[in-house]
Design a protein around this ligand. Structure first.
Ligand code: PLP
Length: 364
């Protein structure tokens, strides 16, 4: 049997009729950037997240970058980021000219450890980026408390967590702003690149709207040095279709995760920990093993495809070499990079595929 890590064709085939209709509608409209589809999607996604504003942008990295930029964060400022995250979280900070200041994760949830944040705050600190890694919300209550105490902004990196909940409340409205990605492999994926900022702050929303479109509100009146980062009509129309199915598809991910958790409970593998206040949407189902590389090869031999999120923590990547971070600077993140393995996960995996993967995993 072959168990793909994630099947990106299956979602298209399931929604082919609806998606093709949306595609035709945009193709024949003669309007491809900044039109009705974007406006409708922004409203629908804002409603979905339970926030006042959604601004569609070119991708998830831009969403994070433009939110920070709109707050006026730049050179000389510091932004707290998780040491354990995808590098895009850090790059968004670097783009503004500010310095990313890494904080280690909780070793059970893999999300930023709120109890280690205060030690990283100084007079230059302007914001905290909380990543809802693998689809599970970070501890937003504690993070917001710390941010309030020091007057910091909180930016959620919700790129992996569309629909996830924290104390019953959906991500996207849990901080001062949130950045989402609609990269095809994300829980809500476009058929190309896409992203969005969500926020309850009308002023911030206004600023991000200007920044994404050449710094202008009125055509050819450029108030500041903006960017070209827009969610196009075609992607917006396709996302509107997929948004109608996300709860059902997230539900399927939850079922698969429950199966993995129950069936793998008595193995040597370290399974994900879910705090009682968290309702993850399982963008990834990540296990840990000291024999990770061996395990991955053995599974591949049996047709089971896995991936590693992520093999090199940002502080040890070439991109950040000028910061001179060393092996051992963020030991929890470094151990995770050696031990994590993402099992096949997605709404279109069959029960047979999941059971086959479980059966093979149990052999270790
Ligand atoms: C995917 C991702 C991003 C970036 O999204 P893009 O749309 O690829 O730019 C940012 N942060 C995290 C945690 C991600 O997983």
């Amino acid at each position: 049997m072959n168990v793909p890590f994630l099947d990106l064709k299956a979602p298209y085939l399931e929604l082919k009729t609806e998606l093709d209709k949306a595609y035709q509608r945009v193709m024949t409209s003669g309007w491809y950037i900044m039109g009705n589809e974007l406006e409708a999607f922004e409203q629908e996604f804002a409603d979905y997240c339970g926030v006042k504003n959604c601004i569609g942008v070119g991708n998830g990295l831009d969403a994070l970058h433009l939110a920070l930029k709109a707050w006026g964060i730049g050179a000389g400022d510091e932004v707290i980021v998780p040491a354990n995250t995808y590098i895009a979280t850090w790059l968004a900070v670097t783009y503004t000219g500010a310095r990313p200041v890494p904080v280690e994760p909780n070793e059970h949830t893999y999300n930023i450890d709120p109890h280690k944040i205060e030690a990283a705050i100084n007079k230059n600190t302007k914001a905290i980026i909380a990543v809802h890694l693998y689809g599970q919300a970070a501890d937003m209550q504690t993070i917001n408390m710390i941010a309030k105490k020091y007057g910091l902004k909180v930016l959620e990196d919700a790129a992996q967590a569309h629909g996830a909940r924290c104390h019953g409340k959906q991500v996207g409205g849990l901080g001062d702003a949130a950045g989402f990605s609609f990269y095809p492999g994300k829980n809500l994926g476009a058929l190309g690149d896409g992203g969005a900022v969500t926020t309850n702050d009308d002023d911030l929303a206004d600023k991000v709207r200007i920044l994404r479109n050449y710094g202008s509100k009125v055509k050819y009146q450029n108030e500041e040095i903006g960017f070209n980062s827009r969610l196009d009509e075609l992607q917006a129309a396709l996302l509107r279709v997929k948004l109608r199915h996300i709860n059902e598809w997230n539900g399927r991910r939850v079922q698969i995760a429950k199966k993995y958790l129950a069936e793998l409970a008595n193995t040597e593998l370290i399974l994900p920990t879910v705090p009682d206040w968290a309702e993850p949407v399982w963008h990834l189902f990540v296990i840990r093993s000291k024999q990770r590389d061996y395990l991955q090869r053995e599974l591949a031999d049996k047709g089971i495809n896995t991936l590693i999120h992520y093999p090199i923590p940002p502080h040890l990547s070439g991109a950040y070499k000028e910061y001179n971070w060393q092996v051992g600077d963020f030991p929890i993140s470094e151990v995770l990079a050696h031990e994590v393995l993402s099992l096949p996960m997605g709404p279109h995996l069959t029960n047979e595929q999941v059971m086959y993967a479980i059966e093979k995993l149990k052999c270790f």
